[in-house]
Design a protein around this ligand. Structure first.
Ligand code: 4NP
Length: 157
C-alpha cells in the first residue's frame, strides 16, 4: 500500500516546495518513506524548472529542512490520476485546482491547513512579496499541518 501526496501553490518556489521538504522530513522521521510518495507543483507555469526561492531555502535550512534538490513544475490534469492527496496552500490555489480536476476524482482535494485542527489560519499566506516573517510563518503553518496530515495517512496505511 502506498499513498501519494502533491502539495500545490501558485509558483512552486516558496510554499509547496517547503511543504514537500517539511512533510518529507516528517515521513522519513516516522520511517514511512518507502510507502509515501511526495511531490509539489504550481498552478502557474511562471517558474517551471526553477529552484525554490532562496528565502524559502534559507529559512527551511535554518529549521533543518533541505529544499536544495527541488525544481518547480506545473500541476496538470494527469496529476489527479497519480496522487491520492492534492493539497492547496490557499483558497485561490484550491479554486484553480478544481477547474482542472476530473469530476470523478477519488482522492482528497483540500487545503493543507484543513489538517491542522488547532490553527487559526485556513491558508498559508503567500510570502513572495513580503518579508522574512512570511517565510517563517509558512514553515510554522506547514510543519504543524504536516503532523495532522501524516497522522491521518498513517491510519489508512
Ligand atoms: P508560491 O509563491 O506560490 O508560494 O511559490 C509565489 C512565487 C512566485 C510568485 C508568486 C507567489 N510570482 O508572482 O512570481
Amino acid at each position: 500500500m502506498s499513498v501519494k501526496v502533491l502539495f500545490v501553490c501558485l509558483g512552486n518556489i516558496c510554499r509547496s516546495p517547503t511543504a514537500q521538504g517539511v512533510f518529507g522530513a516528517l515521513v522519513s522521521e516516522r520511517g514511512l518513506s518507502h510507502c509515501i510518495g511526495i511531490d509539489s507543483a504550481g498552478t502557474s507555469d511562471w517558474h517551471i524548472g526553477h529552484e525554490p526561492d532562496p528565502r524559502s531555502v534559507a529559512i527551511a535550512r535554518a529549521r533543518g529542512f533541505d529544499l536544495s534538490s527541488l525544481k518547480a513544475s506545473q500541476v496538470c490534469a494527469a496529476d489527479f490520476e497519480r496522487f491520492d492527496y492534492i493539497l492547496a496552500m490557499d483558497e485561490q490555489n484550491l479554486e484553480d485546482l478544481k477547474l482542472i480536476a476530473p469530476a470523478d476524482y477519488g482522492g482528497t482535494l483540500e487545503l493543507l491547513l484543513a489538517f491542522d485542527h488547532k490553527s487559526d489560519y485556513r491558508e498559508v499566506p503567500d510570502p513572495y512579496y513580503g518579508g522574512e516573517a512570511g517565510f517563517a510563518l509558512a514553515v510554522d503553518l506547514i510543519e504543524s499541518a504536516s503532523e495532522g496530515l501524516l497522522d491521518q495517512i498513517q491510519e489508512r496505511l
